[in-house]
Design a binder for this molecule. Structure first.
Ligand SMILES: [Zn+2]
Length: 195
């Protein structure tokens, strides 16, 4: 979980986190569902990789959660993700602990990255919801804080794997502005934060 103590993960003190609640409310609504495919890391994390689920087989968000829990049961390959963000309010599912690898990009990136999938179907025409922009900004802000990562550590699946196109039509300018605004607000709460 992003809130509180995570074994093997650098942490912000819980008392400081409690003061962040108003700025990062999405983190308190994260649900847990373990993904079958995961393994230990050989080192730390220096990348965050954003995805969307447009190319994956699923009929709704709940099925997509089940798919990432065990894609082989759906006739697909070994895949998994650290976080899956739904299209509607309150839907964030943590599926692989951050201090372990998820199977979301391939080698050598899985070993050093945290992956975030934003749920989307082809009929959504490349669109992401307001909730998704809000949630992914809060989640990225939290991960960057805990692992000490710059914004340049945040990248896309299509930047790492040529045949991939996700997250398609993602508005990076809006996303980065949101993350920056959140950091400014957190620094008002705790001026000692080195962001
Ligand atoms: Zn992807």
């Amino acid at each position: 979980m992003p809130v509180g103590s995570i074994p093997g993960v650098p942490n912000i003190p819980p008392a400081t986190y409690a003061r962040f609640k108003a700025t990062l409310p999405a983190l308190w609504a994260i649900k847990q569902r373990a993904a079958k495919w995961q393994q230990a890391r050989s080192a730390g994390v220096d990348m965050i990789v954003l995805h969307d689920t447009e190319s994956l087989p699923h009929g709704n968000f709940d099925l997509c959660v089940k798919y990432f829990a065990d894609p082989v049961a759906f006739g697909d390959k070994k895949k998994s993700i650290h976080y899956l963000i739904g299209r509607d309010n309150g839907e964030i599912v943590a599926m692989v602990p951050e201090d372990r690898q998820a199977y979301h990009v391939g080698d050598p990136y899985n070993d050093r990255s945290i992956g975030i999938e934003m749920y989307k179907k082809k009929i959504d025409h490349g669109d992401f919801t307001e909730w998704q922009y809000s949630a992914v900004a809060q989640l990225v802000c939290d991960i960057r804080l805990r692992w000490g990562l710059p914004q340049s550590a945040v990248t896309s699946h299509d930047a790492l794997s040529v045949p991939k196109t996700d997250p398609r039509n993602f508005n990076w300018v809006s996303f980065e502005a949101r993350v920056k605004a959140l950091f400014l607000r957190l620094r008002l709460v705790d001026p000692s934060l080195n962001l």
